[in-house]
Design a protein around this ligand. Sequence first.
Ligand code: NAG
Ligand code: NAG
Ligand code: NAG
Length: 174
Amino acid sequence: MLSNVFLFSLFVLTGNVGAQADANTTFLTATAIVTKNNNSAFECWQLTEPFRRSAVPGVSGTQVVTLSNNSNLAYVILPPRFDGGIHNAPAPQLVHFLSGAAHLTLPHDSSMDAWVLGGVGGLLFAVDTAGTGHITRYPTDQETVTITAPFEGGKIPEHTILANGPCMGKQTFF
Ligand SMILES: *[C@@H]1O[C@H](CO)[C@@H](O)[C@H](O)[C@H]1NC(C)=O
Ligand SMILES: *[C@@H]1O[C@H](CO)[C@@H](O)[C@H](O)[C@H]1NC(C)=O
Ligand SMILES: *[C@@H]1O[C@H](CO)[C@@H](O)[C@H](O)[C@H]1NC(C)=O
């Protein structure tokens, strides 16, 4: 088991974290797909752990938040216009969309949907392991590439819920 464990950290490499930018006031936010009363639902999560100044050689002084220990991290390439169908998260996991775009809908609630665009804002917490599930479609003409990282032992990072819906606007941090 241990040989399969990856530590998922998010580094923000930035040249202008001067005195005005207190790392303690920056938090990672991302859309989550969760199970509520047996239904899949969207939430906007803000991690409890703030970004801190890294002391790790090579990224020393940059902002970092350590999210989780992870197992069986995978790199996934989805072809253009792939339809993932109705499914539940196979395990509570972090999914980071690197390219392309995903459109998530709920089979029981057509009023709610979420778009996740590949790139720095492409982080999603997929933890709806039970219940009605969600539909994921990849409607663009390019490949969608993701990293999926199940949380070791199913341990979901501590967070607060900012909204009962997907995060709006700038997704990665305030
Ligand atoms: C969720 O589903 C389980 C199993 O079908 C059922 O026992 C339970 O009452 C349901 N909970 C809610 C809140 O609907
Ligand atoms: C965050 O705040 C704590 C307590 O105020 C302080 O000890 C720490 O140095 C701060 N960290 C950063 C990265 O500014
Ligand atoms: C990851 O595992 C190590 C070793 O068990 C532990 O010290 C650390 O707190 C864990 N990190 C997180 C974010 O859970």
